[in-house]
Unconditional design. Structure first.
Length: 308
């Protein structure tokens, strides 16, 4: 089981790679979840994950950058299957409805009569949440500027030492693919990374060479890669993984700057305060959910897996 982020907050706003969770060319079945916060989407995904784990399938978990205990998506590469929370800020629509893609709207499990009396309260909470999120984006932009100045991203060419990892392989007529995701996120609980567990069985190499250049070299030689982008500079790669070789490369962050840390701490504080409003909205919807219907629907979905 691998934990990752498909989308995170960055200095340039929310960046997501939800399209890379289960690309259409590899997909056999994809479920897109719609519905309000607190309507049970993450709980539903977790129950399906448990079923896949019990069946012995390898599973990828995509954590929510607003709450790492919550799931935005799951995928089973072996089965070409995924479930994605397709609501904002990572809204998605089916590419191949009925044949592969299916939408499930969790609003059907919500009693609107229990929501309507809270309309004004929800509006107020949404406005407060948006205001705090906008402030957080402003501070995060400042963090990104300091980060870029301190890192001074270079365009150093590949060294012979790094080229040795490709075993002298030549350019291929079938270039390798690259899959972009995140392993690190700036969350309301601070900076969270799943890198240590993700690369527990891999050979790790530190390098000061831009990993974008290393990725391009690998892909040119027919070697597929997974690029885990840097949440502080999303156009840069924090970790580069070569699954076929079980080798990973990392560029160290190591920003020893008092101003950077101070502004980052305040960014986290604002994200945490914004999430407080988010949780209040979730609680209102949570109390309007018919969980018996959700449980029955979950069992129906699980039964489909058992008969396939």
């Amino acid at each position: 089981m691998k934990n990752m982020f498909a989308g995170v907050n960055t200095p340039v706003g929310f960046v997501n790679f939800f399209d890379n969770i289960m690309p259409l060319e590899r997909a056999k079945q994809r479920i897109f979840l719609k519905g309000p916060n607190g309507s049970g989407k993450s709980t539903f995904i977790k129950k399906i994950v448990a079923e896949f784990q019990t069946a012995g399938f390898s599973t990828e978990l995509f954590r929510c950058a607003n709450d790492a205990e919550s799931l935005d998506a799951m995928a089973s590469p072996e089965r070409g299957f995924c479930i994605i929370d397709a609501t904002a800020p990572h809204a998605r629509d089916p590419e191949l409805p009925a044949a592969i893609d299916r939408i499930i709207d969790f609003t059907q499990f919500t009693d609107e009569k229990k929501i309507i009396p809270h309309t004004d309260e929800i509006k107020s909470l949404i406005i407060q949440k948006k205001s705090l999120s906008e402030k957080a984006r402003g501070y995060f932009a400042a963090v990104g500027n300091i980060y870029s100045a301190e890192k001074n991203f270079s365009k150093t060419v590949l060294t012979r030492k790094c080229l040795e990892f490709f075993d002298g392989s030549e350019a291929s007529q079938n270039p390798g693919s690259d899959r972009k995701l995140f392993l690190t996120a700036v969350t309301p609980d601070g900076v969270i990374s799943f890198a240590d567990k993700f690369f527990a069985e891999c050979i790790m190499h530190d390098t000061d060479i831009p990993l974008t250049a290393l990725r391009d070299e690998a892909n040119m030689r027919g070697i597929s890669t997974e690029s885990f982008c840097d949440p502080f500079a999303p156009t840069q790669i924090e970790y580069l993984f070569l699954p076929q070789k079980k080798i990973a490369f990392v560029t160290e962050r190591n920003i020893n700057n008092e101003l950077f840390n101070k502004i980052l701490d305040h960014t986290v504080f604002l994200l945490h305060t914004s999430r407080t409003q988010h949780i209040k909205i979730e609680e209102i919807y949570f109390n309007a959910i018919d969980f018996d219907k959700i449980n029955a629907f979950t069992e129906e979905i699980i039964l489909q897996f058992d008969t396939q």
